[in-house]
Design a protein. Sequence first.
Length: 411
Amino acid sequence: MSLAALWDSLLPIGLAAETGGYRRYSFTAADSGCRDWFFTAAAERGLRACGDRNANLWAWWDCPVAGAGQMPAPGAIVTGSHLDSVPDGGAFDGPLGVVSAFAAVDLLREQGFSPVRPIAIAAFCEEEGARFGVACLGSRLLSGALEPRAARQLRDGTGVTLAEAMTGAGLDPAALGSDEELLGGLAAFVELHIEQGSALDELGAAVGIAAGIWPHGRWLLDFAGRADHAGTTRIADRRDPMLPYAATVLAARQAAAQHGALATFGKVRAEPGGVNGISARVRAWLDARAPDEATLDRVTSDIGSSAAAAASRHGVALTVSRESFSPAVEFDRALRDRLAGALTASGIAAPVLPTGAGHDAGVLAAVLPTAMLFVRNPTGVSHSPAEHAAQPDCETGVTALAAVLAELAGR
Ligand code: GLV
Ligand code: MN
Ligand code: MN
């Protein structure tokens, strides 16, 4: 099947017609559609597909073991990405890596390649953290970076726990946890992803190689004030949590600009949410990222101090909790060099780029050599329906990924 046909078969799943964005949240009908799509794509290729203990999906291109059973199977080369989305996300962030993985397997077979190591295609569960708040949920659980007990208790915006959602989807939350046996069979993970910036476009390159990922995290700021009447409560008598929240948004912007970092409030909930009422509570989620951890600490501590001061000025209580954190990642140098060598040998010029976006490859870098390929995004827009990569660049991405898999799984 061509890359375009494979891509088209995934496109309708989880698409919100009113916005043109994707709402592929874990353990929902859209997620189940994506999972079915994955199993179908694997079956069409004769790949052995299964879910792991952490709701991640795997499709295996097994290969005969050298020495007819006397030798243990050598470490598998894993590629893939994720199928979930942010609210009203674009089509490419995540799915491009999974679709390209299947297409790369097709291309390798057309080329007559036979692997001497197994090749696996993975689709990791809830990379975006859009439902349960923790980014890279599936890869964190797999690698032991997240405790299964804490994970089971995570709640979505309606109060449903992860354990309940998994059970509802026919999965077993008791099985969650680090999977040494699975990890022990893996030699490397290479994730292909749309670039979430326009560096490749500026450099005139279709494909790039990731250098590393900025440290980043998510914090929940919970401002608790006092609900009251919008038309009768005197200004001096108000304990309005919206005001320290608003001051904190501006402080975050200022702190980020001052330190060369990024800080975003992309999600906020005012409760109870009446137009003619002062809010009882404002909960807001801060996403902060910086080139290094010391800078990130400075930025988040400046934002926390500003929030605390503003809350106190307005008679509002504030609690701050960190919901997820990803340390700085520098991808494995030797693996990166092998990627660069394979691409050069295939005539693909691939610049090396850092990124502020988080990825499963960043989480798995703690337990496995990992690397990433980026595909040009002409506008740089991502986490939006406007996210786009041109078909010829996606084809180059598949060629690049196939070359990398041939290099890594061919010997
Ligand atoms: C994922 O795309 C992230 O960077 O949050
Ligand atoms: Mn994303
Ligand atoms: Mn992604």
